[in-house]
Design a protein around this ligand. Sequence first.
Ligand SMILES: [Ca+2]
Ligand SMILES: [Ca+2]
Ligand SMILES: [Ca+2]
Length: 253
Amino acid sequence: MRGIADAAQKYNLQYGKYPDSFVDLENGAQSPLGKPPSSVVNILGNNYGFKKINENMRVWGYLEKEKAYYVWDSACPQFIITTSDPNGDTFDCTHEIADDETPVAPPPPPATYKISGYIDVQGRSDDKGVTVTFRQGSDTYFAVNSSWGHYEVNVPAGTYTVTADMNLYLSAQTFTNVTADSTLPNTVIRGGDANDDGKIDSIDQNLIGSNFGKKCGDSGFDLRADINKDCMVDILDLVLMGGNFGLTQPTTW
Ligand SMILES: [Ca+2]
Ligand SMILES: [Ca+2]
Ligand SMILES: [Ca+2]
């Protein structure tokens, strides 16, 4: 990325004000405003940006297309390397400052850490199908547990809200601060939310009650009443629902 430094020097861009026209200091040739002189384009190829900001100007090149930029802005003291997109109206000069002769490589993606654990699905021998969600701001990471309840997911360091949930069951929630590979405490998600609306109440009770004694294949059999998924609605489903009656999600992890 020497090219952008050469181009800036050649066109004396360090004066900082958007010029009346671009003048080639070597041969006096002028280029119209609004686009860089062809010789700048020749140096930088297509990997450049050029922008007028009020009366100031900014020029940049890509270290890595759309990931890392080598930027000169008239409001900044020198070339800097940044991962923030310079194609905006304001620019933060306090990003990392680098020697314009030796641009550094773009930063590596953040390290991730393996978080794992076990989730028991109350009343079932097969625990498969719980979705475990790690949320930090707008970043979300998912894992689905196995038949024996195990899950694992790789997430960057940070503070996460962790939720485990599945159909017919209430979600459980906890919080974790991830700084290394780690294991979350085991938890149990509670069954009986036949209509999966986040609370176990008389609606669920009625759904199970009205299907009581039915099994897979029977006419009118409502799958939602079979909480433990053993293909029949019986005392086991009723006990699951009854034991959790009145609870609202998220339950404590
Ligand atoms: Ca649920
Ligand atoms: Ca419900
Ligand atoms: Ca059942």
